[in-house]
Design a protein around this ligand. Sequence first.
Ligand code: CA
Length: 229
Amino acid sequence: MTTILIIEDELELLQILQKYLEQANYQVVIASKGDLGLSMWEEKQPDLVILDLNLPGMDGLDIAREIRRKSDTPIIMVTARVEETDRLIGLELGADDYITKPFSPREVVARVRAVMRRVKIPKEVSNVIKSGALEIDLDGYEVSIDDEVIDLTPTEFKIIETLASQPGRVFNRLQLLEASQGNAYEGYERTIDAHIKNLRAKIESDPKNPYYIETVFGIGYRFVKEKRD
Ligand code: CA
């Protein structure tokens, strides 16, 4: 069962959302203060968080950052004004969706469904990515070449997972930084190059002439897209 955590200090709204989501077959846990919400998140490990921006105890912004630092739990941010939403999008917090008050509970349920669909599909379709001799086990966090397990750092694993999940798609360094570290500070993009270099040394038979991870000059990197016949 999918568990949803709602962090919202308007009790009436909280109860209505809870009721609608439960009717839609979600298990709902709630918190009416920011700091309580964050500990609830750690304790319950929900599948999705509906997060109000203005909260007593701890700001929604700080909660979102804290969650993103540790996981990719989908977050739907709730704001009181459209301008706040614009500002949040500008901050690139990594929230999966934004809802502005006032909203209908039905709309929230629809957004929750949409986000859950988006995050679930890739995981269910394939948990192992194969390309040539390379195999990436997304559940087991393991990469192997010709069935021999390669020892990767968590950052290297995140990078290759990100690239290989969408073969052929070009990722810039900032995107890879965000995917592997949970944040993207401009100015640190070049650290990605070092990780890619180490990755290539581990997985490529000829790191100077890489097969799996291609450099896209001036932009970033992409995972090889195999031709299918
Ligand atoms: Ca509030």
